[in-house]
Design a protein around this ligand. Structure first.
Ligand code: MIG
Length: 849
């Protein structure tokens, strides 16, 4: 079971590392990245609780001279566990959004050998000698406990905070943000978190761009989460050494983690995103298709956009990669790109996103350099001078985003992009990446941020650099586009960055492995509180052939963030592009088919994201998220749920024309294309020629869809199609707002609850309840109830008004109170006025009265 992953630091020089919080900033700080420093298990110091002091929200533990411990109860199902140096305060990282909690009711009991804290949901049992904590559910079942075989289950080893926990072979692990690998369940893995520019990463690359120190354990069908709020490089040995334990530790910083009890995975994600914040609703145009290439010429950007329109493939956004800048100088424009942008924006329905890097060209006379220098805004080298390192513009400076004044300054420059017509910002290279092999492509470790009297070493700040840049960028929208919804896309994150940004998963390979990897990567990112995620469709590094592109676009359209993006040609004229039409007619048609499908599903996708803003739930979900009771789903990563009702089972193998699909237990599944029904709890083989993506819909569900548009907002949503798969009863709570401003936060939205019910074999009814009606801008005139897999009705009526039978689905759409039955497909279409107050009844089999 043991999987060893290759470390990119493997050849670095071994050097002792000094942490910031435990040891003060010192000249001993090393300047180079280092091979992983394993935890020395022979050097663990046993902590013994000397005395326990009750506090307002838990207890303070006295370990004698060196350390204090805290157990704070934040909610019935959240406990915060920390050990800090004597007298020191527990720090919140910038990843934390919520710092004030209403302490839940709890009881505290000294039991002699242990001390117990009990809320309505969990009991925390603190063992005194040696110190350890275990968590029980309200029935006294063990959820998770410390592992003390090495003499100590938690503490500091040579300045490194560590925690050992017990596990059993059946426990699965999920989360950890963005991790390479061809698996969903991270049991057996060695994981490291250190944001790394990892061009062309593969399944064995240990360090990629994002560091989210949060994971879940799933055992006995119950889930808990651990969020280790430590921004230093950290390590997770997830039963990689033994089936009996796992442990995590960091190069420095405090021992401080949140324990969250489910038992549902969804509860854990929801509570984790209470702590770190929820994603905010993006403008709807960002949910359309995006197209991008590094090194599009200015003309190509306009031509490609126009070709999408000519070929009737929907597209919303063109991206401007670093080529638009003068000499890679941030916040400058090459004139031809500025004109291309103006032209693009004069065409119907295009939005534009511009890349922005952190590295500021070191050049006197360049306003950004001059201002940053005058104000002392740059990250520093160990000797206190501004750090200079090469990136695209040559020698560059790095804004110190840890300072609020720098974030404000950074935000204030974005008018240069917005005024030219840019709608969204794409933050790249924010590891921060530096073209310096000696320092492993980032700054030296002894570089620092912050103020002279409050320095933050690079070792501590590294994983936060992208987070703070995203925050600054987000604030630029509040500054210049007040009332509009920001859209930031970033490559690097820490926990909580979802508050500011969407994530794209970096420079994936255009390979079958790259395609397959997008699934588990997106799923674990989603489980880590970041719902808006997607990878470069077709892959970034290299070029796909037509077959690979076709398979990629089929799942790409289900990624919450859907962008085709690819690497520069390096001037090689033989290299082909990666637009849908370069692979020939068949692939072009396949692309159109699936992009159309995405645009039809937009109301559904938008609703799913809206829920994510409230509960943190992922949109691109692993099956286990949904089917925690079905242990067969625990390791499945080649299929995913797109929201709550749709399951996608793509072809991921070259040349394959069929795919095995597991249908989870407890549901009936309907083949989206054929209407064929299957009972769950079995694996079926589905034919899947190149143009076919197997999709299954949960029986008894309603999927809100709409007509295809060439771009979002092309046509108002006047007719909402309720694609209904009915056996017994299906419901849907439909959310609608203006899809672009912040006014939904003032309550300007509508919620309508639909219920479609099979009363008996002769009558199906439709009802709506307008739960909230505060969005006055709605254009909705009618619903099309699309009843799949049904029979020819004899009559449709609402109260005394009889609906009229018409002869096509199109005719139904045009006239309210009509219906049409498609006999070949066994689909019934009923046009119901949006203001229909009565129950609509569909009668079958001569039951008309
Ligand atoms: O060193 O801006 O991941 O999406 O096209 C490469 C050029 C810099 C890396 C990004 C990629 C982008 C490219 N960037």
């Amino acid at each position: 079971m043991k999987k060893i992953k290759k470390s990119i630091f493997a050849v670095a020089i071994a050097t002792a590392l000094v942490s910031t919080s435990i040891a003060p900033y010192s000249a001993l700080a090393v300047d180079k990245p280092h091979p992983e420093i394993p935890l020395d298990k022979d050097n663990l110091e046993q902590l013994v609780v000397q005395s326990v002091e009750r506090t307002d929200n838990g207890v303070k533990l006295d370990f004698g001279s060196e350390y204090d411990g805290y157990v704070n109860l934040l909610e019935d199902d959240i406990a915060q566990i920390s050990i800090v140096e004597d007298g020191e305060k527990v720090k919140h990282s910038p990843g934390i959004e919520k710092t004030e909690w209403d302490t839940p009711e709890f009881s505290a009991q000294d039991e002699g050998d242990t001390y117990q804290l009990e809320t309505a949901e969990i009991t925390v049992v603190i063992n005194k000698a040696p110190y350890g904590v275990k968590f029980l559910d309200k029935d006294g079942n063990l959820i998770n406990e410390d592992y003390s075989e090495f003499g100590s289950s938690a503490g500091y080893e040579d300045g490194k905070p560590y925690v050992f926990r017990e596990t059993t072979p059946d426990e699965a692990f999920y989360g950890f943000g963005e991790q390479a690998g061809l698996e969903l369940n991270k049991r057996g893995d060695s994981i490291g978190l250190w944001n790394t520019d990892s061009y062309g990463y593969n399944k064995d690359t240990k360090y990629i761009y994002v560091s989210i120190p949060f994971f879940m354990g799933l055992k006995d069908k119950k889930a808990y989460g651990i969020f280790f709020d430590n921004t230093h490089r950290s390590y997770y040995e997830m039963a990689s050494e033994s089936d009996d334990y796992y442990y995590f530790y960091a190069d420095g910083g405090q021992l401080n983690y949140y324990f969250i009890y489910g038992p549902e995975i969804s509860d854990v994600v929801s509570q984790y995103t209470e702590i770190t914040g929820k994603f905010n609703l993006p403008p709807e145009w960002t949910l359309g298709l995006h197209q991008s290439k590094w090194e599009y010429t200015a003309d190509e950007i306009v031509e490609v956009a126009q070709t999408y329109r000519d070929k009737n493939i929907p597209l919303d956004v063109m991206h401007f990669d670093i080529d638009y800048m003068q000499d890679y100088k941030l916040f400058t424009w090459e004139e031809d790109y500025k004109q291309a942008l103006a032209e693009l924006k004069s065409m119907e329905g295009f939005h534009a996103i511009a890349i922005n890097d952190p590295a500021v060209k070191k050049e006197e006379g360049y306003f950004l350099y001059d201002e940053g220098t005058a104000n002392d805004y740059w990250a520093k080298s160990a000797d206190g001078t501004p750090f200079v390192g090469p990136v695209w513009p040559g020698d560059s400076m790095f804004p110190d985003f840890s300072k609020e004044e720098v974030r404000d300054w950074w935000a204030s420059k974005h008018n240069i992009l917005f005024d030219a017509g840019i709608d969204g910002i794409w933050n790249d290279m924010n590891e921060p990446a530096v073209f310096e092999a000696e320092y492993y492509w980032t700054m030296p470790l002894d570089a620092y941020f912050g103020y002279e009297d409050n320095k933050i070493l690079h070792t501590e700040y590294h994983n936060l650099y992208g987070h703070h840049e995203a925050e600054a960028t987000y604030n630029a929208f509040e500054l210049y586009k007040p009332g509009e919804r920001p859209f930031v896309l970033t490559r690097d994150m820490y926990a909580g960055s979802q508050r500011y940004s969407a994530l794209w998963t970096g420079d994936q390979n255009s390979s079958w492995e790259g395609l397959e990897m997008t699934l588990p990567v997106n799923m674990n990112v989603g489980l880590s509180g970041v719902p808006m995620v997607g990878g470069d469709i077709g892959g970034f590094a290299g070029r796909p052939d037509g077959e690979l592109f076709a398979r990629w676009i089929q799942i790409g359209v289900f990624e919450p963030f859907a962008r085709i993006h690819y690497d520069s040609d390096g001037g090689d004229p033989r290299v082909i592009g990666q637009e849908p039409w370069v692979f020939g007619q068949e692939v072009e048609d396949i692309t159109r088919k699936y992009v159309n499908l995405r645009y039809q599903l937009l109301p559904y996708l938008y609703n799913e994201l809206q829920e994510a803003t409230e509960t943190g739930k992922p949109v691109y979900q692993p099956l286990v998220y949904h089917f925690q009771e079905d242990e067969n789903t625990y390791d499945i990563y080649k299929q995913f749920m797109f929201g709550d009702n749709i399951m996608v089972a793509p072809v991921l193998e070259q040349g394959a024309t069929s795919v095995d699909v597991y249908l989870p237990k407890g549901e009936t599944w309907v083949d989206f294309w054929t209407g064929e029904k299957y009972e769950g709890n079995k694996t079926i083989t589905v034919q899947a020629e190149l143009d076919h993506l197997p999709i299954f819909v949960k029986q008894d569900s309603i999927i809100p869809t709409r007509e295809v548009q060439q771009y979002t907002g092309e046509k108002p949503l006047e007719n909402l199609v309720l694609d209904t798969y009915l056996n017994d009863q299906a419901t849907y709570s439909f959310y609608e707002d203006d899809a672009q401003t912040q006014s939904y936060q003032d309550g300007e939205y509508n919620v309508t609850n639909f219920t479609v019910n099979k009363q008996n074999k002769n009558i199906v009814t439709f009802e709506q309840e307008k739960e909230v009606q505060n969005y006055k801008g709605t254009k909705l005139k009618s619903y099309t109830l699309k009843l799949n897999n049904t029979e020819k009705p004899s009559k449709v009526q609402a109260a005394s008004s009889k609906y009229k039978a018409v002869s096509s689905a199109e005719a139904v759409k045009e006239t309210s109170e009509t219906y049409f039955f498609n006999e070949e497909e066994n689909i019934l279409y009923v046009n119901i006025p949006a203001d229909e107050k009565h129950k609509v009844q569909v009668f079958f089999n001569g039951n008309a009265r």
